[in-house]
Design a protein around this ligand. Structure first.
Ligand code: PLP
Length: 451
């Protein structure tokens, strides 16, 4: 460790200097990703054509348990980390539960969500390796905001494809990205072949993360000096997010507690992995028996009702084939307000962990997620992101179970972001115009049977 790194050594209220790579500790390693071109196992070289070489190495690293956080990234983490670990006394009281409820508040980052934890290292590695431009997709806009800001910090031009429905529903996130100097395009667009193909077939396509990924990947592959960057799903993104759980582990120690249940909402799995993996290592290595619960929307239930098989990460089939729980890459999620959770697949590591019974998944309807979010807001004074409301709903279910059994379990969840830019969604909920979306087994079967 260098002298500078020592300054950041995890001491009182300090931040971790290394990320935790759960791939090194998994008894059953995830199956390899396959090249979309050759069908062979994916290599660092092939991945590095698309993303930074360092991120590609991290993606395929199944041996190093700890990976150093580069100093310039630590300097930036320092602006908002460590984030608070809060005991939700008022929520406990509102529920009348004997459970101890804690939340890790990632909404205090400059862009309002956990996404910056991975945007910073990804932009940094691209710059280090000589890239001039970076491109990505974004759903609700949180990832786009985070990458736009991280690009500005490290001196890269940033182009963001935003899912069309979110571009229209959440105009302020687009403004934030533009404020940081990014170029934002609603997807599907006519600016790429993938976008054109989709619009020709479905002129009213509302966009999905799958379409936006196809467009960003195409731009990166066809533009010199341009790298692609992904805000979730990939294992290196989960790796970067482990700062959340590593800090929480230390903070829970300071509180004299250890969690019985750890909960995160689930889009592609990064905030869930971030809070869960550092604790899960003690289940794997030290015989702890903490439960890990991923909370997904009822309208996009890949973990609870999807199929485990090889599938593409995007609609057009440009990304590697990943062994994962999926609803099929052609699945069109309903237009729920938790835009960050509208993704058809789950990361390969999380998928393997779920398959092996190391974690659980539950689903939450749109209406019950907002109901939980408002209960939390009234108690704790923070309006949660619609995505985070799913974690809160799952935490409340656990707390109510504790109430019935009288057991004072310790529940920890990740508040992945605040909802101050999602107030139109709250308006709709409060005026009674939001609905639930359930999907039939037939429509799931129809999508996955083509894989
Ligand atoms: C993007 C996002 C999510 C979902 O993404 P994961 O990778 O599953 O964490 C959840 N909450 C917020 C606030 C987000 O911005």
């Amino acid at each position: 460790m260098t002298k500078e790194q020592k300054r950041y050594f995890l001491g009182e209220g300090e931040i971790p200097t290394r990320w935790y790579n759960i791939q090194a500790d998994m008894v059953n390693k995830a199956a390899p990703m396959k090249s979309p071109n050759t069908g062979e196992d994916i290599t660092v070289d092939e991945l590095a054509r698309l993303i930074s070489r360092e991120a590609a190495c991290q993606e395929l690293n199944t041996t190093d348990r700890w990976i150093d956080i580069p100093l310039p990234v630590l300097e930036m983490y320092r602006y908002y980390r460590s984030t608070p670990l809060v005991r939700a006394y008022a929520l406990e009281e509102a529920l009348g539960t004997p459970a101890h409820i804690y939340f890790k508040n990632e909404s205090v980052s400059p862009v309002g969500s956990h996404k910056l934890n991975s945007a910073l290292p990804q932009a940094y590695y691209c710059k280090q390796e000589g890239a001039t431009n970076i491109t990505t997709e974004t759903g609700a806009g949180q990832w786009g905001c985070a990458l736009s800001y991280a690009s500005k910090v490290f001196g890269l031009e940033c182009a963001v494809y935003q899912v069309k429905i979110s571009y229209e529903q959440k105009p302020y996130r687009r403004s934030v990205m533009q404020a940081f100097g990014a170029q934002v395009t609603p997807s599907p667009s006519m600016s790429t072949r993938a976008g054109k193909d989709i619009l020709t077939k479905y002129p009213n396509h509302q966009g999905s993360l799958g379409t936006a990924i196809s467009e960003a990947v195409e731009l990166a592959l066809t533009t010199p000096g341009c790298k692609y960057s992904l805000g979730s799903v990939m294992s290196h993104v989960s790796l970067h997010q482990t700062v959340i759980g590593l800090e929480a582990e230390r903070q829970m120690q300071m509180a004299g507690e250890y969690p019985d249940v750890v909960i995160g909402c689930f889009g592609g799995g990064s905030n869930f992995s971030g809070i869960a993996f550092p604790f899960m290592r003690h289940n794997i290595l030290d015989g702890k028996s903490t439960r890990f619960v991923a909370a997904e929307p009822e309208s996009c239930p890949k973990l609870t009702r999807g199929k485990f098989c090889y599938d593409y990460g995007d609609e057009a089939g440009y990304t590697p084939l990943m062994p994962m729980f999926t609803l099929g890459h052609k699945f069109k999620p309903a237009n729920i307000h938790a835009g960050g959770l509208r993704y058809h697949g789950a990361g390969v590591v999380v998928s393997q962990l779920l398959k092996d019974g190391l974690m659980e998944a539950v689903d939450v309807s749109q209406l019950s997620s907002f109901e939980a979010g408002l209960l939390f807001a009234k108690a704790e004074g923070i309006v949660p992101a619609p995505e985070s409301c799913h974690a809160i709903a799952a935490a409340i279910r656990e707390a109510e179970r504790c109430k019935l059994s009288g057991s004072p379990e310790v529940i920890l969840f990740c508040l992945s972001g605040h909802g101050l830019m999602d107030m139109s969604a709250y308006d709709q909920y409060l005026s009674g115009s939001l609905t639930n979306y359930t999907i039939t087994n037939e429509s799931i079967e129809q999508n996955v049977s083509q894989l």
